[in-house]
Ligand binder design. Structure first.
Ligand SMILES: Cc1cc2nc3c(=O)[nH]c(=O)nc-3n(C[C@H](O)[C@H](O)[C@H](O)COP(=O)(O)O)c2cc1C
Length: 210
């Protein structure tokens, strides 16, 4: 498992957790997120977790079994849980897979249901007021096909009373294509700027790529 930390201690209150959900490394979504993150001030803490590096167990629905609680998460999923709670800004970096988030991101969200039921931890209360951002690459010619992914994330954020901070979308299939699309690097560079953070506003779309 890789937890990347900045070289000098952060002093800002802001703390960004990048949850990478592609089924490959160095893909388009990750490249977009890394370009956007370069503009974050150095005193803002950054944590990068690739879900593919983590051993995340399948989610079990225990809501109506026994007392309906879950034990405190341990191991890799415990790290993911703790980093999620610690962040002020959650950046979900998911490619468009079958019109929605990737399976690993969906599993991450499913685990939120367990984390809401860990005695002694107010997951919902702690997540309330944080910001959620989305970074997504997609291959289709039609950007409206990304809407189910955005709806999943926006509604999940709303369920926990998080603020929807916006989405960075770019078209591409092979690694490198999204960043090569005209205007994408500029949009990525502006993504985390206060002016770009318009709730509910997807930030741009590109042309079709095969
Ligand atoms: C399992 C799978 C499902 C996909 N489903 C879609 C889709 O529904 N719509 C789409 O436009 N692209 C789809 N794609 C293409 C990816 O979104 C595209 O290649 C994207 O650039 C991958 O992101 P990454 O480079 O960050 O891994 C799919 C790719 C895979 C591997």
């Amino acid at each position: 498992m890789t937890v990347e930390t900045p070289s000098r201690p952060p002093t800002s209150e802001r703390s960004f957790l990048f949850v990478l959900g592609s089924a490959r490394r160095g893909g388009n979504s990750e490249a977009l997120a890394r370009r956007a993150a370069r503009t974050l001030p150095p005193d803002v803490r950054q944590r990068w977790l690739h879900l593919g590096d983590l051993d995340i167990p399948r989610f079990e629905d225990l809501r109506h079994s026994g007392d309906g609680t879950y034990p405190e998460p341990v191991g890799d999923v415990g790290t993911l849980w703790a980093e999620t709670l610690a962040a002020t800004d959650l950046v979900v970096v998911s490619p468009l897979y079958w019109y929605s988030v990737s399976a690993s991101v969906k599993l991450y969200l499913d685990h939120w249901s367990a984390w809401m039921r860990v005695p002694g931890t107010d997951f919902e209360g702690t997540m309330s007021g944080k910001r959620m951002w989305a970074v997504t690459a997609y291959a289709s010619e039609d950007v409206t096909l990304v809407e189910p992914l955005l709806g999943t994330l926006r509604n999940s954020a709303a369920r926990l009373r998080m603020h929807w901070a916006g989405a960075l979308l770019a078209n591409g299939s092979k690694p490198g294509q999204a960043m090569d699309s005209p205007g994408t690097a500029e949009r990525a560079a502006e993504f985390f700027s206060p002016q770009a953070a318009r709730p509910g506003t997807p930030v741009g779309a590109g042309a079709a790529r095969e």
